[in-house]
Design a protein around this ligand. Structure first.
Ligand SMILES: Nc1ncnc2c1ncn2[C@@H]1O[C@H](COP(=O)(O)OP(=O)(O)OP(=O)(O)O)[C@@H](O)[C@H]1O
Length: 403
């Protein structure tokens, strides 16, 4: 459980945030730089809040030690190991008061040349793409103009001072947003779902990297790293949602495939059933017809007729019961194929009777009946092909006949 830290005479307030992420990072040896960025951000935001009421970039020098002690105790009470605060340098590197090139207040900073560029480029929200990058870019340019090639401690102090000046341009929320951008860390106010426990792992001060690598934000050493880190952090916040959405999409696709397959199966089986019913009807009537008939005529297959009529493209006439096609069978015989129109059930019986009649009638003045086809709910009558057209055509169109 967390100890209550009494601020004594330190005017800084560090109760504005939860330190769980920082405690987690600071308990891992692999996240030392991140740990220091967290600690630096907590102190800087606290100083910015203080500057908001006083206008000063930090506590009076008389309160320096008191406040550094307060900050260290606060971190300890939130589970941040003592060796982490030593490693990050609370006091020697992380200050509670910023004196940047003699500037000690926000109003002085605002008068610094080019600072208005930084203010313009650091407008909220900084969480949207490229906005943070723009803000940090202009801050770096500004700082390099301001301090030139001075040491990293000065650079860091001025960076923190610039942060405080900027943070005081907006409200509390924008200060948090700005800190997340400036120090390349998770949004400070987001509460984690699982509170990580501080581990007993020790961070050896002997292993402390240089001030730049341990303390300076990533932005000052390279944007790509920072951009990548922010993207990763955003993703890490919602891993569960990503998995859920992906799973849902997969389930929906599977359901869709099953529905399509079921529907196409139903259609196929309906078609087959219809076709079978049709054919069973025809076959039973044909059997009766063939059983009662002494005449046996040729039965053609549907595909045979389809091929012979060139896929029913050679139309030679239309009558009251169907369309007549010219057919050329593989064995060289020409024929006229009458494709009967679809009719009601009782007409199918008529078709069979007519077939019987046709097959019995033989006369040199009658067109010879060659056969039939009953398949796929279709009926065809096949006749000898008459070369010279119909009698009607002959009587009405042939000039020799008319003369
Ligand atoms: N065996 C055939 N040889 C050549 N052409 C034919 C043959 N049978 C029919 N036709 C052509 O097809 C047309 C239609 O013939 P179809 O027998 O269907 O009708 P129809 O003789 O006019 O009378 P109905 O509709 O009463 O049968 C004919 O006018 C003819 O031009």
């Amino acid at each position: 459980s967390r100890l209550l830290v009494v601020a004594d005479d330190c005017p800084l307030d560090m109760t504005w945030s939860n330190f769980t992420w920082a405690a987690s990072a600071c308990s891992s040896q692999n996240e030392r730089a991140k740990c220091c960025r967290y600690l630096n951000a907590f102190v800087t935001v606290s100083v910015a809040r203080y500057a908001n009421t006083t206008g000063n970039f930090g506590v009076p020098s008389a309160l320096n030690d008191v406040c550094l002690n307060y900050v260290t105790q606060t971190f300890l009470s939130y589970g941040i190991p003592h060796n982490a605060t030593l490693f990050c340098g609370i006091g020697p590197k992380i200050h509670v008061s910023y004196q940047c090139q003699g500037i000690t207040s926000g109003s002085e900073f605002l008068q610094t040349p080019n600072f208005e560029d930084v203010i313009r480029n650091c407008k909220m929200p900084l969480s949207i793409e490229n906005s943070c990058r723009r803000c940090v870019n202009s801050s770096i340019i500004f700082l390099h103009h301001l301090i030139g090639a001075l040491d990293n401690v000065t650079l860091n102090t001025c960076r923190d001072a610039a942060f405080v000046a900027l943070a005081n341009q907006g409200d509390n929320a924008s200060a948090i947003d700005l800190a997340s951008c400036f120090f390349s860390i998770k949004e400070l106010q987001i509460l984690p779902v699982i509170a990580p426990q501080p581990s007993s792992q020790q961070i050896s001060p002997a292993l402390a990297p240089t001030i730049v690598s341990a303390e300076a934000p990533q932005q000052l050493t390279g944007f790509p790293i920072k951009q990548h880190r922010r993207g990763t952090l955003r993703l890490a916040l919602f891993p569960g949602i990503g998995i859920m959405v992906t799973s849902l999409a997969i389930v929906l696709v599977i359901i869709l495939i099953l529905l399509i397959r079921k529907k196409s199966g139903e259609l196929k089986s309906a078609e087959t059933t219809h076709s079978k019913t049709c054919d069973v009807f025809h076959q039973s009537h044909l059997r009766k017809y063939q059983e009662g008939s002494s005449i046996i005529c040729q039965r053609f297959r549907y595909n045979e007729i389809k091929k012979a009529t060139n896929n029913f493209s050679n139309i030679i006439g239309r009558g009251g019961f169907g369309t007549v096609y010219k057919a050329q069978f593989a064995y060289g015989t020409s024929a006229a194929v009458k494709r009967m129109n679809p009719v009601a059930e009782h007409h199918k019986r008529v078709f069979c009777r007519e077939m019987e009649l046709h097959s019995r009638l033989h006369h040199r003045h009658l067109v010879a009946f060659r056969g039939f086809c009953v398949e796929r709910c279709e009926r065809f009558l096949v006749y000898e092909y008459m070369e010279n057209g119909s009698l009607k055509d002959y009587l009405h169109c042939n000039p020799l006949a008319n003369s």
